[in-house]
Every structure is written in C-alpha cells, then in structure tokens.
Design a protein around this ligand. Structure first.
Ligand code: FMN
Length: 258
C-alpha cells in the first residue's frame, strides 16, 4: 500500500460518510494518509501513483447515474490498485460491472467489500435492534477491510446477491430512475422550509431550484436522498406517501463509532 491514497466518496444519507471517516482514522493509525474528494465534485487529476479508494452507496442494485458517470470519467491508468467500499442494505450487483469498467481503463481492482448499514429512508418505524446489529457488524467489517488492504490481500467478491437485470437497467438506461422520478416525487413542505437552500447547494444533480422562495424538485433526481436526509427541518417529503421519512446517519452516529 502507498503512504498516501486518493479517496473518492459520495454519501447521500450519511452512512458512507460515517464509514469513510472511520476508515480514514484506521488508515491514519497505519500511517497511511488520505487525499479525500467527493465524487460529485468530479475527478481531480493526480500525477502520483497513489492507490485509488472508492466508497459509495448502492442504489437500485447499482449506483445513482451521477456516480456511474464518475466511474466512467476516470482516466486511463497503468495498473493503479483500486479499493472499493459499497454501503447498502441487503442486495446489489455492482462489484462485477465496476471491476469490468476499471479493468477496461487499465486499473487493478484489488479489494472490495459491501457493508450493510441501517436504512435511512424509512417506511414506518425504525428497528433500533436491527440498526444496532448492522452498525456493530459494519464497523468491524470496515476495520477488517483496512487491515486486509494494509496486509496486501486481494479479493473482489459480492456478499449480498442482487438483481443483475435491475442493475443493468440502472447502469445502462434511465428506466428505474424515470419510474422513481414519477412514483416517488419529492417536495418541500412550505410551512417547514426555512429557505436555507442547503438542499439546493448539496444536490449532486442540480435538480433543486428555488421558485417563489420555495425549493422546487425537478425531474433530474438520482435518488441519493442527500436533500431530504440533511434538511434541518425535515421539510422534504415524498408526495402522497406520508409514511416515508428520512434520517441522517448522524442520528445513529453515537452508537456507530465504538
Ligand atoms: C432510493 C434508494 C435506493 C436504494 N437501493 C438499494 C438497493 O438496491 N440495494 C440495497 O442493498 N440498498 C439500497 N439502498 C440502501 C442504501 O444503499 C444504503 O442505505 C446506503 O448505506 C446509503 O448510503 P448513504 O447514506 O451514504 O447514502 C437504497 C437506498 C435508497 C435511498
């Protein structure tokens, strides 16, 4: 492992960011420094031969379109090692297609893991016991992952089998995203919104604009849920689906870093 790694991540509801923060601490203990960047800010050209670390949430069995575009935007490489952490709930099919994409660009997919995290888009009540169990296992797995990386191990296996068909549609077509944009319309509740425009600033697809002093959610949403999970007033809801609510991983962070 190099003494500095280039680390790119994206986190919508905070799960991936919590794992990334933890991983960076563990890397530091092992004297590995991190150059941290957000995927939604694009790839920053780097002349060095640093290893590349990627961390992102699984969405619709694959990743949100803007994250897949980030992977596709990576420059050609001459054997840069890649380390991947995907956070998810329980099913995905992303490691294999990502490995293919990376290999085609000349990278060396070296070590990957999937980390199951609490769901932050809740339909009804949360389950504190389930959350706690996932978090305990998640931090243990992240720690093991770094130790394996430091020890020079390589493996690229998916633990949470998912739908190849849905993953294909998510990566290659707009179908899953179009149907979510139609069925799960996000809107801001006027009486709760305090016009801080945090949602506008944070949206990775530029989907939110202010119209008549109120954030308007357009039809470019990639369903990362960053807006809803970070709204200080929980003012962003799914239209017509009162049961669905959002939380940020900060809400369970106290139990996370143990
Ligand atoms: C719209 C949406 C779609 C999701 N799709 C999947 C999925 O297909 N498989 C899965 O295991 N988890 C899925 N999840 C759960 C997230 O991958 C998981 O909560 C992840 O840790 C979120 O990371 P973040 O908080 O960094 O955004 C989905 C979450 C959302 C909001």
């Amino acid at each position: 492992m190099n003494s500095t790694v280039d680390f790119y991540y994206f986190s919508g509801t905070g799960n991936t960011k919590a794992i990334v923060d933890f991983v960076i601490k563990v890397l530091k203990i092992h004297n590995v420094r991190t150059s941290l960047n957000r995927m939604d800010n694009g790839y920053m050209p780097s002349n060095s031969a640093n290893d590349l670390w990627l961390a992102f949430p699984v969405n619709s069995q694959a990743v949100s379109p803007f994250i897949w575009r980030f992977f596709r935007s990576l420059p050609q490489s001459n054997g840069t090692r890649v380390y991947v952490i995907a956070t998810l709930n329980n099913s995905s099919y992303i490691l294999e297609p990502l490995s293919t994409l990376l290999k085609n660009k000349g990278y060396l997919p070296t070590l990957a893991c999937e980390i199951s995290m609490p769901n932050n888009m809740l339909d009804g009540e949360a389950s504190p016991d389930d959350d706690q169990n996932r978090l305990t296992a998640a931090y243990k797995k992240a720690d093991t992952f770094v130790r394996k990386a430091i020890g020079g191990e390589s493996s690229w296996n998916s633990e949470y089998a998912g739908s190849r068909a849905v993953s294909f549609l998510s990566r290659r077509t707009v179908l899953p995203w179009m149907s979510m944009r139609l069925m799960l319309r996000l809107r801001t509740v006027p009486s709760k919104c305090m016009n801080c425009e945090l949602c506008v600033l944070q949206c990775p697809t530029g989907n939110i604009v202010v119209v008549d002093d109120l954030p308007y959610h357009g039809y470019k949403c990639d369903y990362c849920m960053k807006c809803a999970a970070n709204c200080p007033r929980s003012a962003i809801v799914v239209s017509g689906k009162d049961n669905i609510h959002f939380r940020n991983a900060r809400m369970h962070k106290s139990t996370m870093e143990q």
